[in-house]
Design a protein. Structure first.
Length: 159
């Protein structure tokens, strides 16, 4: 079996439910079948990063990927992640959380040069898996923010 490169992207470094899911998944993957890297945003709490390093999983800090909406940082995070995608060249981009889903999908789209076009039969080089870490639009936020997340999620699902 050919080794597949997987880049996991997760928004926060605190050891919550999404991080526990990711840790359990990664710790059970056969390292001879997968070349894994985890990109982690919002690196305030390093417990998750340290747990991954303890099982020899390479990590990259995404300094500009933060949970809260911040249009300037969010666009910079797209470029930061696009560079990591180009450097690592994954076969699979596994995005965990609404924010990582949107930022990661946009970064991959830019890294590949053009969007996947179903009408021309083109296939994207990198497959995307998107797992919701938590429904951002169910958080106790103002209605405009919930609707914005719904729109962004639907829009990026096309990528």
């Amino acid at each position: 079996m050919e080794t597949k490169k997987i880049l996991f992207v997760i928004t926060q470094s605190e050891f919550g439910g999404a991080q526990r899911f990711l840790y359990n998944l990664i710790s059970r993957l056969n390292s001879s079948n997968y070349d894994i890297k985890v990109a982690i945003g919002d690196a305030g709490n390093m417990e998750f990063t340290q747990a991954l390093r303890a099982i020899n999983i390479p990590t990259s800090e995404l300094k500009l990927l933060v949970r809260e909406m911040n249009p300037l940082k969010d666009m910079q995070a797209v470029f930061e992640l696009r560079k990591l995608i180009n450097d690592f060249n994954p076969d699979i981009l596994f995005l965990i959380s609404s924010k990582a889903g949107f930022i990661g999908s946009l970064a991959l789209r830019q890294a590949q040069g053009k969007p996947f076009d179903k009408t021309q039969g083109e296939q994207p080089k990198t497959k995307v898996i998107y797992r919701i870490g938590g429904w951002s639009f169910n958080d106790p936020w103002p209605k405009w923010k919930k609707w914005l997340w719904i729109i962004l999620d639907r829009f990026s699902a096309q990528w």
